[in-house]
Design a protein around this ligand. Structure first.
Ligand code: SF4
Length: 226
């Protein structure tokens, strides 16, 4: 006979934890078929420790623009490591310095970023405003590690792009105070959105990876980032 759940832990928390793990495990299996590594961590602390372990001492480490990296505490952990951190979030940094860091990041040993969406069949969907993040994801850094909250798992590429337009881009535009349609209404209006404010410039879909162990997705069983 089925057990009746009566407390909130059993009713709300556990089913969410179980579905998060099951979804991540399903996607990880499909990532493997694309020669992309995947692991699942239940919480951010475990994920941060796991990612720090993957970075060799002395490595140059670039950061793709990522609320996840800041929110999770990964950025703070990186700042305490014996690495060459290309820290685009350093207080007081100038625009020229950020530009130089982004260019240097193209040849870094490691690129850390999140991902706008990961599909159930293992495709990585992203859209950039500047292009440095998706450029490094495609080619350049020897290793790319993506820290991804389970809230970013979607069914299809189309769902991933919808997620970008409905969630990721509007929140980033509001965070950055940009004058875009989604900042004003919360909804994307592609036809009325133009540079330089527009953050949606380059959509990339990673379907496969030829270089063994270059790409690793670290899923976290929590809601993280945009
Ligand atoms: S295209 Fe423009 S309005 Fe649409 S989500 Fe991107 S930045 Fe916002």
């Amino acid at each position: 006979m089925a057990t009746v759940m009566t407390n909130m832990e059993d009713i709300v928390t556990k089913p969410r934890e179980i579905i998060s793990r099951k979804k991540a495990e399903h996607v990880i299996e499909n990532l493997r078929r694309r020669n992309i590594n995947g692991i699942y961590c239940r919480g951010t602390n475990d994920a941060v420790a796991e990612i720090c372990r993957m970075i060799p001492e002395g490595a140059s480490v670039a950061l793709g623009g990522s609320v996840t990296i800041m929110q999770s505490g990964l950025l703070d952990a990186l700042r305490g490591m014996n690495i060459e951190l290309l820290d685009r979030y350093r207080p007081g940094i100038t625009n020229d310095e950020v530009e130089a860091i982004m260019a240097r990041g193209m040849t870094a040993d490691v690129l850390l970023m999140s991902c706008n969406a990961v599909t159930s069949d293992g495709k990585l969907v992203n859209e950039d405003g500047r292009g440095n993040r998706v450029a490094g994801l495609i080619f350049g850094p020897k290793k790319v590690i993506l820290m991804v909250g389970v809230n970013k798992i979607v069914r299809t590429v189309e769902d991933g792009i919808t997620r970008i337009k409905d969630v990721a881009a509007p929140l980033n535009c509001i965070r950055l105070g940009l004058d875009t349609p989604c900042t004003h209404t919360g909804f994307c209006d592609d036809d009325s959105c133009h540079a330089p404010a527009r953050v949606c410039s380059q959509i990339t879909i990673i379907e496969s990876n030829r270089v063994k162990d270059r790409l690793t997705v670290v899923f976290v069983g929590e809601e993280l980032g945009y």
